[in-house]
Design a protein around this ligand. Structure first.
Ligand SMILES: [Zn+2]
Length: 335
């Protein structure tokens, strides 16, 4: 019932998008130029016309965690992360809706529960081929289950490292931009987040960047590596945390569309005000799973992207940060 509802919402959004004669850049107000950050946000991008082969990104609304499905024009599939334990129950219906019966590639961004928590169970149930993983061992229960599932499923385990290029099919390539050896280790600040597997997909002229829960130190490594990080689509790092996104990074990536995966009222206060302000100062169309639900982004190989959120977010909430209880506590302590 739920998935049918979602399907209907996407259908309505599609119809609304194609029924509109305006160009994406014209915005919705019709009078003057919308303030920075307001243009193309909601329901932006739906009326973009795509040419030729299309690739589909599905940023799944699985609460506080990450899970994204990529479907290439030839039907190859890549799943990046699988959210918290139990998220497989939300992911599987979406895979069925999309007629995905096998996952050709899996990317585990990093071994935290909100990224690989649902992956073990999912891979016990859905056939898969090759898993890209940092191979950072934490021995957390979710990782133990995942490694068992990979072994039992007969999947290939690949240690993902900077500089690797993975052909997904004739049209799409996955570049692994981070991590690099030596990995950050226990004792290094937030080392698990900063060993995130960062991947960029190249589809003709279109580029898609996925940043896991990368924080400042991994971002510095990314810059030092000299990697090309320009991208049309950006999965905002670390659920919109202040340590994942700043103006410099957004200026280097220059995405048209960015998404934040987070749950309403999450205990981390994601997205944080600093990241939200950096995004608001740009013309990037921002979509959040807490406001828009599951977000489908279709793109062609010429840099055109069409965003189809399953719910239309209230525009005045898009740039509202989460309720940052930690920050409130800090301020109270300082007083
Ligand atoms: Zn996370």
């Amino acid at each position: 019932m739920k998935s049918w509802f979602r399907f209907c919402c996407i259908g309505v959004a599609l119809l609304a998008g194609f029924g509109c004669g305006k160009k994406a850049d014209e915005g919705g107000a019709g009078v003057g130029k919308p303030p920075a950050g307001q243009m193309r946000t909601q329901p932006g991008g739906q009326n973009v016309v795509l040419n030729g082969k299309t690739l589909k990104i599905t940023v799944m609304d699985i609460g506080q965690g990450d899970s994204t499905l990529i479907e290439t024009p030839s039907g190859k599939t890549v799943l990046i992360d699988a959210g918290l334990p139990g998220s497989q129950d939300k992911i599987e219906p979406i895979l069925r809706e999309h007629h995905v019966s096998k996952l050709d590639f899996i990317v585990d961004s990093h071994p935290h529960n909100d990224h690989i928590g649902g992956m073990g169970k999912l891979l016990e149930e859905v056939p898969f081929d090759t898993v890209y993983d940092s191979a950072l061992v934490t021995n957390a229960p979710a990782q133990t289950r995942l490694l068992k599932a990979i072994k039992a499923g007969g999947g290939k385990f690949v240690r993902a490292r900077k500089g690797m290029t993975v052909p997904i099919d004739n049209d799409v390539t996955m570049e692994i931009l981070q991590p690099q050896d030596p990995l950050f280790q226990e004792g290094d600040k937030n080392y698990i987040n900063n060993d995130s597997v960062i991947v960029r997909f190249v589809f003709g002229k279109t580029r898609l960047l996925f940043t896991g829960d990368m924080e400042e130190v991994e971002r510095a490594r990314l810059y030092e590596s000299g990697a090309d990080i320009r991208a049309d689509f950006l999965k905002i790092a670390h659920h919109g945390s202040r340590n994942g996104t700043d103006a410099e990074f957004l200026g280097r990536v220059k995405p048209q569309i960015a998404t934040i995966s987070c749950a309403t009222g999450n205990s981390f206060g994601h997205p944080h005000a600093e990241a939200i302000q950096a995004l608001q100062a740009t013309q990037i169309a921002l979509y959040r799973t807490d406001l828009s639900g599951t977000i489908v982004i279709n793109c062609d190989a010429e840099g055109h992207l069409q965003a189809l959120p399953s719910q239309i977010a209230e525009s005045n909430r898009v740039y509202q940060p989460g309720d940052d209880r930690q920050e409130q506590k800090r301020r109270r302590r300082k007083r």
